[in-house]
Design a protein around this ligand. Structure first.
Ligand code: HEC
Length: 606
């Protein structure tokens, strides 16, 4: 108490010493940001942020619950220490005039040219683009046509959407852009309340075209796709650290979206009353954002015991939805994959495939793949006070379910799990298991992390299995350059391996991991997989041979004039359409490299 007071006085006198920020950081932040938490950006990445952005993360962003017990002065001291910059120099993120499209280029926006929308590219989540405008034998000639940098951001994590000659993309700073697909000039930008990680989904609603997306504070937006004007905004969950990572799906006038939370990280604090978040799926009216139904995936949490630090514990909790639903028109059903519980006792709908009725949200069936999986960040940290007795293994689903028709006339729902196992279940028989194939060892960052792509015959699965190594003389960890990665093609009808391609070795780039955690995207004859090592690689669908390899971890001149550099590829995969491939580069979590660019590729860069 007296220490914080003294610090406050020093700050008021303008004599802030870096020492205080440093020791505060060591005590309250380092456990995760020096490598203890797979999803936390690295220390280096924090250093490249502005002090104002770090402060905002603690005061209005994802780090609120890590910093609630600090004073304002403490938070400022940490922000200045971590970034190495003074507070009060917020970056201007409004696109400069030269980045804005000339008036004549702003022809009316038409949805007909829609080539890739939302997470899966379609409502079945196949991530397969059969009208790419890039032939398989042209893939080796893909070159960067333009790059766009997200100002002030250290990562680029929203999958692009392509339609009507434009590309739509969100960013961690909360700006959503509509850019010209050919030139990268800005048609419009929109300021969401928090980071936008979901892909933008486009649909015609009434007489207009609407862009839908969700933000890190669980707001869902409908904005005019032509102008960026907000039509509606709905808070889809009121829990303090609830947010949206998955993407909205549009079907028959409605938007369907899953809700996740940051409470798994809040639980690291022994004083935190762990845990009360309830994962859910929400259906909204696409015309006005009004909620039609919301189905919670755990019951209302009740008090259980107290933890060692005397804090009240609650259960059931968790079962976040990180994935994007798939739509089954034939059965009038929606499918999602779910996350783990946070506390004991655990429940039945965690780490599962679920089917829900599209009209009512009623759960039709569920198929749990890993029972008794309660996990919070505390399970990975020295202070395990808020780690449940079941202690993980944190094998939730990050991958969205893919609905496919099998060559034998039957259908399957396919998804890889963080356990390292790919499953196919039967949507026409209560989720009965059709096959399972192990592709990786599994772990808190996958196994299979963000998902796969499927064509008519195969599912293309990238393996994460990111590794960590302890750094000498510190408590920090770094990515293990010798662990993780690899790419499989499995037959959709029986899960048998068609081919396997081993990961490329890392070389001597610092903070390199060969892990392939990002979602896979496929076109006829080729599957694309991004790696934490920064490379985007194209694999021949026939034999797994690498036919193209581009290292995105470079500096780029950008069309908006903001310094741009690439880093790790993780989270979403490329979006492909209209003869172009768009991919975001920069992902300083899971041991990866920061970066802030959207890269646009075309054949010969034309
Ligand atoms: C329990 C683990 C944990 C602790 C402790 C923690 N963080 Fe984080 N931090 C995370 C995770 C996980 C993320 C990624 C969150 C996301 O992307 O939603 C993150 C993200 C961030 C970001 C990036 C936000 C952005 O705008 O992209 C900043 C800045 C940050 N943390 C600062 C801090 C500071 C400062 C502290 C100490 C007061 C701290 N963190 C304590 C886990 C932690």
């Amino acid at each position: 108490m007296s220490r914080s007071l003294a610090l406050g006085v020093i700050i008021a006198g303008g004599l802030l010493s870096a020492q205080d920020g440093s020791s505060l950081y060591d005590r309250t932040c380092a456990s995760c940001h020096n490598g203890g938490n797979d999803r936390a950006p690295s220390r280096d990445a924090l250093r490249s942020m502005s002090a104002d952005r770090v402060l905002a993360a603690m005061e209005t962003g994802p780090m609120i619950s890590m910093a609630v017990r600090l004073t304002t002065a403490d938070r400022r001291a940490i922000a200045e220490f971590v970034s190495g910059k003074p507070i009060g120099q917020p970056l201007v993120t409004t696109p400069p005039p030269q980045a804005v499209c000339p008036a004549r280029a702003s022809s009316p926006f038409a949805l007909d040219g829609m080539t890739w929308t939302g997470w899966g590219g379609n409502t079945s989540n196949t991530r397969f683009q059969d009208t790419a405008g890039i032939a398989s034998d042209q893939v080796s000639r893909l070159k960067v046509k333009w790059a766009f940098a997200f100002p002030g951001d250290i990562q680029a994590y929203s999958q692009p959407t392509i339609a009507g000659g434009r590309v739509f993309v969100g960013s961690p700073g909360g700006k959503v852009y509509s850019l010209d697909a050919k030139t990268g000039c800005v048609h419009w930008f929109f300021d969401a309340e928090a980071g936008v990680r979901s892909a933008v989904t486009l649909a015609r609603v009434g007489t207009g075209n609407v862009a839908f997306f969700g933000d890190a504070k669980a707001n869902v937006y409908g904005v005019d796709a032509a102008t960026g004007k907000q039509l509606w905004k709905t808070k889809a969950d009121s829990f303090p650290v609830a947010g949206i990572t998955g993407s909205p799906v549009f079907y028959n006038g409605r938007i369907y979206i899953g809700i996740r939370s940051g409470e798994e990280a809040s639980g690291a604090d022994p004083q935190y009353e762990c845990c009360r978040f309830r994962g859910s799926v929400v259906a909204l009216d696409a015309a006005n954002g009004k909620q039609i139904w919301k189905t919670y995936l755990v019951d209302e949490p009740k008090r259980t015991t107290k933890n060692k630090a005397g804090a009240q514990l609650w259960a059931p909790s968790g079962v976040a939805v990180w994935s994007t639903p798939a739509i089954d028109a034939r059965r009038n059903a929606l499918y999602v994959t779910t996350g783990n519980n946070y506390t004991d006792p655990t429940t039945r709908l965690s780490d599962a495939f679920l089917a829900m009725d599209l009209n009512t949200g009623k759960i039709l069936w569920s198929r749990q793949m890993t029972p008794r999986d309660a996990y919070t960040s505390a399970c990975r940290l020295p202070d395990k006070t808020n780690c449940a007795e079941s202690n993980g293994p944190d094998f939730d689903f990050g991958s969205s379910p893919i609905l496919v028709a099998l060559p034998n006339g039957r259908r399957a729902l396919v998804a890889g799990q963080k356990s390292g196992v790919v499953y196919a279940v039967d949507p026409d028989n209560q989720g009965e298991l059709l096959w399972q194939t192990r592709v990786g060892k599994g772990g808190t960052a996958g196994g299979v992390q963000w998902g796969s792509a499927a064509d008519q015959n195969n599912v293309y699965v990238a393996v994460s299995d990111v590794g960590r190594i302890m750094l000498t003389y510190t408590s920090a960890t770094d990515a293990d350059p010798k662990q993780g990665g690899g790419m499989f093609a499995l037959r959709l009808d029986n899960g048998q391996r068609v081919w396997y391609t081993a990961p490329e070795p890392c070389g001597n780039r610092p903070r390199c991991s060969p892990a392939q955690s990002a979602a896979v995207t496929a076109i006829p004859g080729v599957a694309f997989s991004g790696s934490v090592d920064g490379h985007l690689r194209a694999y021949s669908a026939a034999d797994g041979k690498v036919v193209w390899d581009f290292d995105t971890a470079q500096n780029y001149p950008t069309v908006n004039g903001v310094p741009g550099h690439g880093g790790s590829l993780d989270g979403p995969g490329p979006a492909i359409g209209g003869g172009m491939l768009f991919v975001n580069s920069g992902y300083p979590t899971a041991g990866g490299m920061s970066g802030n660019v959207l890269l646009a590729f075309s054949v010969d860069g034309k």
